[in-house]
Design a protein around this ligand. Sequence first.
Ligand code: G4P
Length: 530
Amino acid sequence: MTNRPALPAEIARRRTFAIISHPDAGKTTLTEKFLLYGGAIQMAGQVRAKGEARRTRSDFMQMEKDRGISVSASAMSFDFEKYRFNLVDTPGHSDFSEDTYRTLTAVDAAVMVIDGAKGVESQTQKLFEVCRLRDLPILTFCNKMDRESRDTFEIIDEIQENLAIDVTPAAWPIGVGREFMGTYDILRDRLELMDRADRNKVAESIAISGLDDPKLAENVPAHLLEKFLEEIEMAKELLPKLDHESVLNGSMTPIWFGSAINSFGVKELMDGLATYGPEPQVQTAQPRNIAPEESKVAGFVFKVQANMDPKHRDRVAFVRLASGHFERGMKLTHVRSKKQMAITNPVLFLAADRELAEEAWAGDIIGIPNHGQLRIGDTLTEGEAIRVSGIPSFAPELLQACRAGDPMKAKHLEKALMQFAEEGAAKVFKPTFGSGFIVGVVGALQFEVLASRIEMEYGLPVRFEASQFTSARWVHGAKDAVEKFAAANKQHIAEDNDGDVVYLTRLQWDIDRVGRDYPDVTLSATKEMM
Ligand code: G4P
């Protein structure tokens, strides 16, 4: 991944990124502060008060009711200096990891937030690995430095070792815990002092001519200065220097230290994202890749959110523009159906408000309200039959049979389930044998959310019951080989909501057996959404 020199200025100033973190590390707080610095002050405090991961079941139900709020937090655009930042929210709960994965296909960089006292936690590690698969550049923010935190070298070592990435300090903390007073900005030779009294105040910044500048001693108590100078000497010796190319190809992460709640270190992180974060990148697609500077518009759907307004069955497809300059009213080709769509009421997610998007550029995220035509993985272009690739669907880890409480309403159940399947909220399989549906999810909580949404949105009580199957695999192969296989294994065969053939079983042994007995087909735990 490299910065391409020839991007039009409007595209080059865009930074599209996500924040990844373990629950409680401070993602929500940091998001609020980004918006504060981005001038969207009215938004601070409106971002959900708690990270999604800590939500209880009832919070989720409430969240479904408040979809208007959760959607405006799904993508947020704001200006920072001469840059346009597009922050795409990743759902925090591990049950929604597939959604997270797809969200990360829509960004060019990630900010990894870690808690200075806890270091790299399990969810951080998982999300990091997803970023790694795409070689996404990662900027690290070590948060909560105002509290007792681990030794700076220890934190850096842990990131280097657990995540196998080079870490370069962009700033170095001065003092820890109660004595934490700020950081030394290594990239710009500045002393940044934290104001504990006013959490929303921009930190004081003092330009320094170097580590021997007497201004350091004037502002930093002697015992802290001595330790700091010792550490920074060691850091310079032991740690790699910031190398822009390595940051862009994802092999090095610069780390900032701060305290989101005290608005400290946030601006420096944003400056880092502006300076070192990549411009909109080339999108992998078939039969050819899409470059952001291409004059024609192309974009792809990475997320669908339904029923934002319960009175209307509308959905919003979140589209990442891969190239060109989009203008409202444009007619775009929906590549999957080959039909034209006039995009008359696209939405830009400017901080708290959903605003009509008059125009957007490669890198931006726009919302397109629709009635179900747009699905995850769909590509929109100005006519060319080109499809963005690399947006996967994963085999669910939990399967349950779903039955309508009222058998007369089975048709409605099918409609409801298909909607959720298209939204990416669940996998829905229709077995060849028997009636009913098998629903697959990643985490058990999703069954409850689904049941509640079906009841709320379709007035249909449903039951989820144990299924005779526990695993699902897509059957790939030549058409006749797949058909032959399906005919011979009818009791295991189902169709997913796209009509693709799926093999259901409860035994790993079965899956292994298919591998031996049917060399012409493969069973796969992933499917490309195209
Ligand atoms: P999340 O989205 O990653 O789950 O984290 P969130 O921002 O909700 O922050 C988790 C907790 O950590 C919150 O406290 C928040 O106030 C606190 N926090 C965030 N940044 C800092 C920081 O720089 N220093 C300190 N000391 N705390 C920080 P809470 O008590 O769980 O919630 P609340 O009562 O403050 O809302």
